[in-house]
Ligand binder design. Structure first.
Ligand code: ADP
Ligand code: 5GP
Length: 190
């Protein structure tokens, strides 16, 4: 893939606040655009195909893996595939914007390896696993089983923090939003 622009990666355990930080950054005048991933999981709440994700049946997801359509993909939770379509990066770069990714820690490191210094990899760290539990319960989007599945993976994911370019502790949300904005501005203008 020709590297024609910059990319910013957000990775963290589920419930850390990635989407909250990303949605804030997208409201700023930074010329960022969200890379819409594909997933084999079902939509939840008000999620729409082509907005939060491209929702695909597992068979179609596998066909696209075989066709080489993904920049990276992972089976993040048993039976749930997630992947970054190469076409998203092309689409966003051709519009002149910087690509914003919300991907799991392994996907984040894989994307960093592809784009190197053109990539800023940010790890969003929750104050504790207990705080994650409370946030996922309060968010009200997951079944109790899915919350446990996500918490079970959180410890493994936290170990990756030191491999990222920046770590933002999302304890106080106002501070985390300001920090995210600062590291992104430094990267874009530095
Ligand atoms: P992720 O995208 O990493 O799964 P979200 O952005 O959906 O996480 O955040 C999970 C939940 O926690 C949401 O309901 C969000 O409003 C809430 N949240 C985000 N940041 C904080 C914070 N600093 N303190 C308390 N709750 C927060
Ligand atoms: P959720 O089901 O909560 O939307 O996402 C679950 C996890 O999958 C999160 O850690 C999210 O960042 C990750 N994820 C979403 N899209 C992708 C992707 O394209 N690739 C990878 N590797 N992970 C993804």
């Amino acid at each position: 893939m020709k590297k024609k622009g910059k990319v910013i990666i957000f990775s963290a355990p589920s419930g850390s606040g990635k989407s909250t930080l990303i949605n804030h950054l997208l409201t700023l005048d930074l010329h960022l655009e969200f890379s819409i991933s594909a997933t084999s999981r079902a939509p939840r709440g008000g999620e729409r195909h082509g907005k939060e994700y491209y929702f695909l049946p597992t068979e179609e997801f596998r066909r696209r893996i075989d066709a080489g359509e993904f920049l990276e993909w992972e089976e993040v939770y048993a039976g749930c595939y997630y992947g970054t379509p190469r076409a998203e990066v092309e689409r966003i770069w051709s519009g002149g914007a910087t690509v914003l990714f919300d991907v799991d820690v392994v996907g984040g490191m894989n994307i960093k390896r592809v784009f190197n210094e053109q990539a800023l990899a940010i790890f969003v760290q929750p104050p504790s696993v207990e705080a994650l539990r409370q946030r996922l319960v309060a968010r009200g989007t997951e079944t109790p089983e899915r919350i446990e599945q996500r918490l079970a993976r959180a410890g493994y994911e936290m170990v990756f923090a030191s491999q990222f370019d920046a770590v933002i502790v999302n304890d106080n949300l106002t501070r985390a939003l300001a920090e995210a904005e600062q590291v992104v501005r430094d990267f874009l203008h530095g």
